[in-house]
Design a protein around this ligand. Structure first.
Ligand SMILES: Cc1cc2nc3c(=O)[nH]c(=O)nc-3n(C[C@H](O)[C@H](O)[C@H](O)COP(=O)(O)O)c2cc1C
Length: 242
């Protein structure tokens, strides 16, 4: 049975999460998957959609710029045209992959036609924010949008809904289809909805396309490539590495 959401003030003094709360958060992080298989005829309640969008909208953003926009695609014809754009890009990707093209074409890389909800995450036209982005303006706006998408992704998993991030499309063509203003950029197609089951590991791993590497390979000390001489697992998280 689903637990009702608790008001924020019920969580300790606003700072203190219980062991169970913590376990839930890490559980959601571990169970989130990029989903491409959706339950046919699935539906997402409007109240749930609202919670997901609120989760996205509570993301951090550079200079509090909030450069995200989310477009819900309700029109069936528009969805079909978006799916066709992705099909076209999938073929171009296969061609670009050379000898791996055929393997790639065997992968399922989107669930646009089947998912209950199709949303497009869009980078809004630049509002000129300088705070925190004087040296990397576009990257910082894009990172902020990605934070919002990730919030939505995790919230969807907490709602037991699948979400798939699809980036295979020509942005200019999608921008035209959605009548985006100049300077706005579509960044992600988000396929959302009930799924028959969550993959228990990344689908690309299950399909033998690529395998994720252990976290310790990605963490250095002080300078690029310098790894601690003891296992990362032995380093207390709060201490400085030697
Ligand atoms: C920026 C970004 C773009 C992605 N684009 C696609 C895509 O076009 N098609 C797809 O099947 N998966 C896409 N993915 C999902 C990744 O393939 C997936 O996150 C990765 O394989 C790890 O699997 P997991 O998310 O289940 O842990 C994208 C993910 C990100 C973060």
């Amino acid at each position: 049975m689903s637990r009702p959401a608790r008001p924020a003030e019920a969580v300790g003094d606003g700072l203190c999460f219980s062991d169970a709360d913590r376990a839930s958060v890490y559980g959601v992080l571990a169970a989130r998957r990029d989903m491409r298989h959706f339950t046919p005829g699935g539906h997402v309640d409007e109240a749930v959609l609202k919670r997901l969008l609120q989760a996205a909208h509570s993301a951090p953003s550079v200079g509090l710029m909030q450069p995200w926009r989310f477009i819900r695609v309700l029109d069936a014809d528009r969805r079909a045209r978006i799916a066709a754009l992705v099909d076209a890009e999938r073929a171009l990707t296969a061609a670009a992959l050379g000898t791996r093209g055929d393997d790639f074409l065997r992968l399922k890389v989107e669930g646009i036609r089947e998912c209950a909800e199709l949303w497009v995450a869009v980078l809004a036209p630049d509002d000129g924010t300088v705070f925190g982005r004087r040296t990397m303006p576009r990257d910082m706006a894009l990172c902020s949008l990605a934070c919002a998408i990730q919030n939505l992704w995790l919230a969807a998993r907490a709602e037991n809904l699948g979400l798939g991030w699809v980036s295979m499309f020509a942005p200019e063509a999608l921008a035209r289809l959605l009548l985006l203003p100049e300077e706005a950029q579509p960044v992600a197609l988000l396929c959302l909805g009930p799924v028959p089951a969550f993959y228990d590991s990344p689908m690309l791993e299950q399909a033998g396309w690529r395998h994720g590497r252990p976290m310790a390979d990605f963490v250095y000390t002080d300078t690029w490539g310098c790894t601690p001489d003891r296992s990362l697992d032995e380093i207390p998280l709060t201490a400085r590495a030697p």
